[in-house]
Design a protein. Structure first.
Length: 386
């Protein structure tokens, strides 16, 4: 398989690239990000997309399978792999996009998620100093983030879902439809994470003492109903045989022993939960790597560890903490995701890729604590564009 095989494939790839640039320029003022900064982020993200495409063509990967399946057209309703195939089938089977064009389409998905994450971080650090603002910008420039969210596959779509979720959480009253879109997109590619989103939202609003009783009851009923519908489906999709606690415990135990044959695998079965969480978030470290790609990932992990240390210290020193429903929702979602994923992922290579389904949310919370004045004034106080 080659990058492009015809003039149409070259032209269509170029059109997709221009469309992504248009999205950057058009969306930037809407989400309060400078247009030049947004365009730079798009070019940065696209650079990793093209590199990933060349890498897949050279060394293989899941993206090749997605492309081949999509070239045959729609595969009927399904989530996970069928969901990714159906989303890309329109571009590949019916518009005749090359694999580069398909990658660039998914690159646009991932970029929009990146732009929304950055816009949310700007709100979190709007009253912070230059050091914290610089860290927030470096966070969205992490190579691992752009690399995994730029390819043909589940990660670009799930990352777009996370960006929508985070941006919607800044003002649920006006952006609830974005949260609904986030749930739909996540359900299409990773239904178990959609279940966590719905459950977290339900928990946050049911136990929100500041909200009206009527709103809490209505949202609670809707949330419980959605959870009751999505969670069993997600468990069945994940391969849990039965819905009781014993079946879930058996599934977790089996997952902890899976994928132990690779070089990036670790035995998490006997680890303390805190050690599992640390391994999932920050490993491999520079002294554990064997390849260039692992070393690049380890540098990202060192930076993430710095963000967590600074945010953790700020959290301990902060006297006044926000406890609104948006913030409760974000904490519940990020911590639940971390516990579930770190308890079922024994391969660091998979962890490096999948942790971006919740890590931007956790980073937002930590950056908002580092910009403590934002927490005290309210995170919806928008500042001038940068």
């Amino acid at each position: 398989m080659s990058l492009v095989d015809s003039g149409w494939e070259v032209f269509s790839s170029f059109l997709v690239f221009l469309f992504g640039a248009f999205c950057a320029i058009y969306l930037a003022p809407i989400v309060r990000v400078g247009q030049w900064r947004a365009l730079f982020l798009y070019l940065w993200h696209t650079l990793f997309c093209v590199f990933y495409c060349f890498y897949v063509l050279s060394d293989g990967g899941d993206a090749l399978s997605y492309y081949r399946f999509a070239s045959n057209g729609f595969v009927g309703f399904g989530v996970g792999t069928p969901g990714v195939v159906n989303i890309n089938a329109f571009f590949v089977a019916y518009l005749g996009f090359s694999i580069l064009g398909a990658f660039l389409v998914n690159n646009v998905f991932g970029f929009v998620g990146l732009l929304l994450v950055y816009a949310s971080l700007l709100v979190a650090v709007s009253s912070a100093g230059r050091f914290v603002k610089g860290m927030a910008f470096l966070f969205v420039l992490l190579p691992s983030l752009s690399f995994w969210s730029s390819a043909l596959g589940k990660d670009s779509i799930s990352f777009l879902s996370v960006g929508l979720l985070l941006f919607a959480s800044l003002d649920f009253g006006k952006r609830f439809y974005l949260l609904c879109l986030s749930v739909v997109l996540m359900f299409v590619v990773r239904p178990h994470m959609a279940g966590i989103i719905i459950t977290s939202f339900t928990f946050a609003y049911i136990f929100d003492s500041k909200g009206s009783l009527l709103v809490r009851v209505v949202l609670g009923v809707l949330g419980v109903g959605a959870t009751a519908a999505v969670v069993p489906f997600a468990l069945d999709y994940a391969g849990v045989d039965g819905g009781d606690l014993d079946a879930v415990a058996t599934f977790v135990g089996e997952r902890q022993l899976m994928n132990l044959g690779g070089g990036s695998s670790i035995n998490i079965a006997d680890m303390h939960p805190l050690v599992r969480a640390f391994s999932y978030l920050f490993r491999p470290m520079p002294f554990e790597v064997n390849t260039v790609f692992q070393f690049a990932s380890s540098l990202d992990n060192v930076f993430l560890l710095l963000v967590f240390l600074c945010g953790g210290c700020s959290l301990l020193l902060l006297r006044k903490r926000s406890s609104n429903e948006q913030r409760v929702f974000l904490w519940v979602y990020s911590i639940t995701s971390l516990v579930v994923l770190s308890s079922t992922t024994a391969n660091l290579g998979i962890a490096v890729r999948q942790k971006w389904m919740f890590l931007p949310v956790l980073a937002f919370l930590l950056f908002s604590v580092m910009g403590a004045r934002v927490v005290q004034r309210g995170e919806n106080s928008w500042r001038p564009r940068v």
